[in-house]
Every structure is written in C-alpha cells, then in structure tokens.
Design a binder for this molecule. Structure first.
Ligand code: PMP
Length: 326
C-alpha cells in the first residue's frame, strides 16, 4: 500500500507544466511551477508547515497553543491544515480587500477570522498587522507567526521549492519569475537556485501601489508609491524581512487590469484555473521578453487556485465594475 500518514505529508513535489499558447511569441521555454497541487491549494502550505515545525522546536509554540496570523488567506489555509492535524487553535486576521471565498474557506477549516480595514496605515491600531499583534498579547499560550519577518518562510522554499525546480529542470533553469508579497518564495527559491548556479536570473513581479520596485532600484522607501490596488497576494506597503533584495535582479510591475485579464486567459487558453497573482506573474514574464534567448528555460511560479476568485476575476460583472472588461 502507498499512502501518506497525514495530509501534511502531501505538501510539495508539485508538477512543472509547460505554458504553450500565451508564451508563443517568446523565444524560450516557459514552465510553470504549479503550486495549486498542494493540499491547501497554494504554495503557502510549504512555509506554513515549516514555520509551525520550527516554532515547535524552538518552544515558541506549545501543546494546546493558539496560532495567530495576519494573512491574505493562503497562509491561513496552510496554517489551519497543520493546526487541525497537530491539534492547535488558529486565529486569522485578514483585510477586507480579500475575496469572500478566502474568508469562508478559512472558517471551513476551523479558523476564527477577524476582518480589518485595508486602507489604513500598517501602524494604525485597526490594521491587520496591529490587530494580529494585539491578539497575540491578549490570548494566553498564543504564538504570532509573522510570515513577513519569520525566517522559516524563506527557509521552506530554500529547502523544498528551490531544489524541486532545480531537479525538475535538470539544472537547466536560467530565469525564475514570481510575484512578491512577503518575499518568502522569491528569496528562498532565488537564493537556492543562485547557490547552484550564480548566473540564474531572479525577477520579482510587483503591483502598482507597492514599494518593492522603486526600493530595489533606488534604495528609497517612497510612500508616494503606496496606494490601493486590486491584485491579491502580491505587492506591499512595508519592507518584509523575507524580501532579500540582494538576490533579486529586478522587478517588473503589472497593472491590476493586466493581472485580471491574464488570469482569465490562463484558464481559457491553457486550462490553468489559477488565482489573481498567476495572471500578474505570466504577464510579468511577457513584459521581460527582451531578457530571454532561445536557450533559456524560464520558470514562473503560480501561487494559488482559481476557486478563491470566482466572485472576482472570473465574474464578468466584477470585471466590468473594475473597468477591466467592456
Ligand atoms: N500570490 C498569492 C496568491 C499569495 O497569497 C502570496 C502570498 N502573499 C503571493 C503571491 C506572494 O508570495 P510570497 O509571500 O512568498 O512573496
């Protein structure tokens, strides 16, 4: 018999799938690291498990404890799965920009969910960063995960996602392109790939309304770069410790409209039913065309599944309301 002892053992070892139609004008091979095959349907299962196991080992998370996190949904899902299997309670603090599906899904897997306003500064007591910190001081035997600054986040990708991509491409990967939120994925995968071959180029996909690109290019944290945007999961108004700017070769910014339109195109032209940041990621690859040659093998990572966005990018009325569709 061949079976996993718990659902947590099925995390990782996701497929690499060729993109065929959307990239037909590119000279190179483009492969998608397809993270929706994880049990929580996103890449975040990897880092959620790593953060919990490291906190268990260091004694920060104790038996019967409560896990608290500010999460856009996917990390919460990964944490919730591990909490269920390992017997912890979980509280997720989410901002009101996130899709209703993500909130319902978190509740479905036993998480308590607190919803906070999006358009307040991170230091505002109503923000989801501040609320998560406050709850961690109020709830006894609790542990605040802090995926932004928790080194186990990038470590998960250095230990699993990076080596998988290296092995699946037989070391032929030349470029890695990925959306950046906490920075865990780009930093962990990017530093692993560069440790194997320093010539691998690592590109981050950023949003309009986020600080990353300007900070990377100038070293300036420019508050004028911060404004509300629609794309979920990527871009930030803070500089998380998990973003290792030294291993990133550059950022490209993708508009909200392009991210939404390309998410839909992935579903209809490639049969890839994915979340909003996947559209941003593939559009990012297309924007980088001039950097690619025929021998290149470009790996783009798709973070999460389309089911969480049926009321948004996959809904025509929503697309029209946003002005993304005639
Ligand atoms: N896409 C989605 C849908 C996400 O939930 C996240 C995590 N915020 C990202 C991209 C960015 O990944 P990371 O946090 O590892 O930079």
């Amino acid at each position: 018999m061949e079976y996993a002892d718990t659902i947590l053992e099925t995390i990782g070892h996701t497929p690499l799938v060729k993109i065929n139609k959307l990239t037909r004008d590119l000279p190179c091979l483009v492969l998608a690291k397809y993270e929706t095959f994880n049990p929580g349907n996103s890449v975040k299962d990897r880092m959620a498990l790593q953060m919990i196991e490291d906190a268990e080992q260091s004694g920060l998370l104790k038996p019967g404890g409560t896990i608290i996190e500010g999460t856009s949904g996917n990390t919460g899902m990964g944490l919730a799965l591990a909490a269920v299997v390992k017997g912890y309670k979980i509280v997720c603090v989410i901002n009101d920009k996130q899709s209703k599906e993500k909130i319902d899904i978190l509740r479905a897997v036993g998480s308590e969910v607190h919803i906070c306003p999006t358009d307040v500064a991170p230091e505002d007591p109503r923000s989801y960063y501040s609320t998560a910190r406050r709850l961690a001081t109020e709830i006894p035997n609790s542990w605040y995960v802090n995926q932004y600054d928790n080194p186990s986040n990038s470590k998960a990708h250095y230990l699993t996602t990076g080596p998988e991509i290296w092995e699946q491409t037989s070391g032929k990967v030349t470029h890695f392109v990925v959306g950046v939120g906490t920075g865990g994925t780009i930093s962990g995968v990017g530093s692993y790939l560069k440790s194997k071959n320093p010539d691998v180029k690592v590109w981050g996909v950023d949003t309009y309304g986020s600080v990353f690109k300007k900070y990377h290019e100038t070293g300036i944290f420019d508050e004028n770069e911060i404004y509300p945007y629609v794309t979920e999961g990527i871009g930030e108004d803070i500089l998380p410790k998990n973003v290792n700017f030294d291993i990133i070769d550059g950022f490209t910014k993708v508009t909200d409209k392009d991210a939404a339109v390309y998410t839909r195109r992935l579903a209809r032209e490639e049969g890839m039913f994915l979340g909003n940041s996947a559209g941003a990621a593939i559009k990012g690859v297309l924007q980088l065309t001039e950097h690619f040659t025929p021998d290149d093998v470009v790996v783009v990572l798709f973070h999460d599944h389309g089911s969480r966005y049926v009321g948004k990018v996959y809904n025509d009325d929503w697309m029209r309301e946003q002005g993304f569709m005639e």
